[in-house]
Design a protein around this ligand. Structure first.
Ligand SMILES: [Zn+2]
Length: 355
């Protein structure tokens, strides 16, 4: 709080100038990028859902904005952008609408008309008030506040593109969090145990679940082979790839070595595999994803004989994120942030592999 008793000392000229500059900057920021609508309306054109890669956003309260290109092309108009003149021209034989960027002025077949709100240039795109544009293009616009939906009706043919399918739509992925099987004595196999007691089976279950979430958001069907524990053997877990006709299997682990200074990310595949070439390509993709997201040392690809990736109908790899036996990496592996980064790396690798 400021003291009331003190009178403000005169501000030196250069300080005043700095202040004016700062205020100008703040004003610029305030009118900067338009706010994205939290509750963008559903838009239907002649009964068909209209999707675009730039969802409408609210720039001024009460006005829905749409990308000029997306909307006009959906309505069957040609859209041309003239950067030097700061104009966008929408046309059809015998019809033209010119939108002046940054202004509410439009020219309809050469006649000046005003939109309710000015157009804005944002993120390399020109946006205009949705209603003004659609009406200028000869459509009838209805808005239902209760369902937050916009209905656009035209009596001419429209071109509405279907939404782009998600990159992993139709793909099935098996994620196997390592270890966790119930042992003969009733205990649960912990996998590696860090010096501070961190269990591999717990870390990799979290990473697998985070990865599954990311892959499902991209349209994939993801099967995680176990929960907190499992009564299945490793071969039974591998069998899931056949049962679910999987595209690939990734077994997720955290490494351990008697030499506690060893750290980094390593991939393991079966030396004898009908999918050897694809195993190696999948391993390289996941390795790159993990190293990029975690900043770990790339220890490369190792081969051996592992039940979890044996007799698979698809490529399969074992991904060893980092070393639980290394104190630095154990500390990191314990955090949700690092586990999520590992998941992002694995997901990025899988997406890259299936591209
Ligand atoms: Zn393991």
């Amino acid at each position: 709080m400021l003291s009331k008793a003190k009178r403000a000392a005169p501000v030196p000229l250069f300080l005043r100038m700095v202040l004016i500059l700062l205020m100008a900057l703040a004003a610029l920021c305030a009118t900067g990028p338009p706010a994205l609508a939290q509750d963008a309306p559903a838009i239907h054109i002649n009964g068909a859902a209209f999707y675009n890669d730039t969802p409408p956003f609210l720039h001024l309260p009460g006005y829905n904005y749409a990308s000029v290109r997306d909307l006009s092309e959906a309505l069957g108009f040609k859209c041309e952008y003239f950067g030097e003149e700061q104009l966008v021209v929408l046309s059809k034989p015998g019809f033209s609408l010119t939108v002046k960027i940054g202004s509410d002025e439009m020219l309809l077949n050469g006649q000046k008309m005003l939109a309710s709100v000015p157009s804005v240039f944002y993120n390399s795109r020109v946006y205009v008030g949705l209603r003004a544009l659609a009406e200028a293009l000869g459509a009838t616009v209805g808005w239902d506040g209760e369902t937050n939906s916009v209905t656009i009706l035209t009596d001419y043919e429209t071109k509405i593109s279907a939404p782009a399918p998600l990159p992993l739509a139709g793909r099935t992925i098996i994620l196997d969090p390592g270890h966790g099987e119930i042992l003969a004595n009733g205990a649960i196999n912990p996998g590696a145990v860090g010096a501070s007691g961190l269990l591999e089976r717990a870390v990799v279950l979290n990473v697998a679940n985070y990865t599954a979430e990311l892959l499902r958001a991209q349209g994939a069907t993801v099967i995680v082979t176990r929960g907190a524990s499992t009564g299945l053997t490793l071969s039974q877990r591998a069998q899931m790839a056949t049962t679910y006709k999987a595209d690939l299997l990734v077994s997720i682990h955290a490494n351990a070595n008697v030499n506690r200074s060893i750290k980094g990310t390593a991939m393991y595949v079966n030396q004898v595999s009908p999918n050897a070439k694809e195993d190696a390509r999948l391993a390289a993709c996941i390795q790159q994803g993990l190293v990029a997201h975690l900043g770990t040392k790339n220890l490369g690809l190792f081969t051996g004989s592992y039940a979890i990736v044996r007799n698979l109908p698809c490529p399969g790899v074992i991904a060893e994120i980092a070393f639980l036996s290394n104190p630095d990496e154990e500390k990191l592996l314990a955090t949700a942030d690092y586990q999520k980064k590992a998941a992002a790396g694995i997901a990025a690798g899988i997406i890259e592999y299936l591209r």
